[in-house]
Every structure is written in C-alpha cells, then in structure tokens.
Design a protein around this ligand. Structure first.
Ligand SMILES: Cc1ncc(COP(=O)(O)O)c(C=O)c1O
Length: 330
C-alpha cells in the first residue's frame, strides 16, 4: 500500500497483549487486546493514528486552524485538540448541544488543551462545522476541516497501516503459540477505523474477520458507509479491492439504550475488564463493543477454540463523566 505522508506523535506500535484472566473466567475463547488506548496523546485512542495523517495533510496545505466536531464527550475532539497543540496549530471544536453544568471528562481536557469550543445548540454539527470553516476562511485563519471521527480516506489509511503493524508484531512472535486471530473485534461509529482495518486485513491478513460493533448506526447503514469508505481508501492507497456491504462484518445488536447511554451490560463489562485485567474500557464505545464480544463468546457464536483480538480504541477519559451512573449501581 502507498501510504500518504504522516507526522509522528503516536506511541507505536501499541502493545499486543493476552488477557489470560478474562480468558479463564469465560472458559475460552482465547482473548488478546491491542492497546490503542495507549497511543500516547493526552489520553490516547484510535483518532491519534488518524491524526498523524490528517495533520500532515493540513500542514502540507498550509493550514493554521484545525476545525472538527463531535458529541459533547468526543474522544476524537479531545485528541484533535491535543494533536493540534502538539504541532502548533489552533483548534476549534464544534461540540453537540449546550454547555453542560459540569466540566468533566473530555470537555475538561479540551479546555486544558487550549481548544476553542463552539456549542451547536439546536443546529447540526455538520452545519456548525461548515459555518465555522467559512468564518475562519473569511478571517484569513487558514482553516482545515476534519470530518466527523476523522473518517475520510486519509484518516482510514491509518488503520490499514495499523493492520500491517499488527502483522509485524505477530511475525516478531508477540502472538506466539501459533497463528493469528480468527477475528478482530472493536467499536465502530463513523466507520474510519472499520474501513481501514477491512482494507488492511484484506491486504495482509485475509483469513481474519474484521468485526465492528456498532455503537449507534443501524446495521445496514454502517455496512454501506464502511464499504464505501473502504473501497475509496483502497483506491487511495493504490490497491485494487472493492467492498460491497455484504463484505463488511458488523454487529448492531449491542447498541443497548442508544448512543452514549450506559446500561447494565456496559457497567458489567467495565467492571469485569477493570477487575480481571486492570484494563479500562468506556461506557460509550469500547464497553459496548467488548460487552458484545463477551456475549457472543458466552453464546458460542464466537467459538471456545478461537483466538480473538479486541482492538481497544480508547475512550476511558469519558469514564469520569459517568461516575454517578457507575457508582450508583454498585
Ligand atoms: C473510543 C472510541 N472507539 C471507537 C470509535 C469509533 O471509531 P470510528 O469513528 O473510526 O468508527 C470512537 C470514535 O469516536 C471512539 O472514540
């Protein structure tokens, strides 16, 4: 693959580790974890990989102001604020809704990282991102717009490259004991991680299923978004694959009460991972996806003799915004 230019601020390769106590607790499958919660930028997470490529593009285009948007507790926005600070660019974030009463979790970090926050109130995030872009352009501030989740062909390329990183770790013996993984499981939303992993796996790990757990989008919508972005990303990287929605493995059965809403499954998963392995997952993304993977293992839909990888995409900084809901249910 012909990867685009990148900056270097992520801590890579991220660790690849077995989860032996969780594996024993469930009686198989053999579960491993890829620690992209440890990418190193102000709390880490999957967007840090994408931002290495996106900010290289912004720099090449002479940008001085980075604009993006997301939900109130967006990890993408927090990492964009951190990456912008790291490379000396101004950052403006369009965050969903009205300012909250309590400044905590990612919003606190956005502020510490020096981002300027524009609240969307009753407008859509896309509309506010676009109007902010136009305002900054008119003021001569050199704006560069990063789409929701950093999910365009440039951002998704980072996850195609990440599969190559994983393949190298396996070759180096990090997954010793034979073979690779039957599946890679992870949280999927705007689709860039999913699309990049699908492209990378088809290129270097074709026998591994890339199974994204939706945290919000209905199944058909997620599959067609990811197929479109994976096809475009492959073309951008000079690969000749195309993806139909049927080629995308996805599961939308664990959205629970809805986006950013935590239920008993997420709570149980957060405590289980914390207490068996000392690993933190979050209520919005990784707690839902890990909870889904565990349920498929318990139901035998992921076999006891499989070796599966959970690709941890981060989000634990949002835990603090859910403290009341996590503690009240003890
Ligand atoms: C912790 C975490 N996991 C997963 C995702 C989903 O990644 P993507 O938007 O590339 O689908 C996000 C997106 O914000 C996230 O913050």
């Amino acid at each position: 693959m012909n990867l685009p230019p990148r900056l270097r601020f992520a801590h890579l390769p991220t660790p690849l580790e077995p989860l032996p106590r969780l594996t024993a607790h469930l009686g198989g499958a053999e579960i491993w974890i890829k620690r992209d919660d440890q990418t190193g930028l102000a709390g880490g997470g999957n967007k840090t990989r994408k931002l290495e490529y996106l900010l290289a593009d912004a720099r090449a285009k002479g940008a001085r102001t980075i604009i993006t948007g997301g939900a109130r507790q967006s990890n993408h926005c927090r990492q964009t604020a951190a990456a912008s600070a790291r490379v000396g660019l101004r950052c403006v974030l369009a965050l969903g809704g009205d300012p909250p009463r309590e400044i905590t979790g990612n919003i606190l970090l956005d502020e510490l990282l020096g981002a300027e926050i524009v609240w969307t109130h009753d407008q859509t995030r896309e509309a506010v991102m676009q109007s902010t872009f136009e305002k900054e352009a008119a003021s001569g501030n050199g704006p560069y717009l990063i789409p929701r989740g950093g999910s365009n062909v440039i951002g998704a390329s980072a996850y195609a490259a990440a599969v190559q990183e994983l393949a190298n770790q396996l070759l180096d013996g990090a997954g010793s004991g034979g073979g690779g993984f039957t599946r890679i499981c992870f949280a999927s939303s705007s689709g860039g991680t999913h699309a990049g992993l699908a492209v990378g796996a088809r290129a270097v790990m074709p026998n591994t299923e890339v199974l994204g757990f939706s945290v919000e989008e209905p199944l058909d919508e997620l599959k067609s978004n990811v197929a479109r972005l994976a096809t475009d990303t492959a073309a951008y990287l000079g690969l000749t694959f195309a993806f139909a929605p049927a080629d995308i493995a996805a599961n939308a059965d664990y959205i629970g009460a809805g986006y950013a809403l935590m239920g008993d499954r997420e709570r149980e998963t957060i405590r289980m991972l914390a207490q068996l392995e000392g690993v933190l997952v979050d209520p919005v993304y990784t707690g839902k996806a890990f909870g889904g993977m565990i349920d498929l293992i318990r139901k035998g839909l992921i076999g006891k003799n499989e070796r599966v990888l959970f690709w941890h995409t981060g989000g634990q900084t949002a835990l603090f915004a859910y403290a009341d809901q996590l503690i009240a249910h003890r």
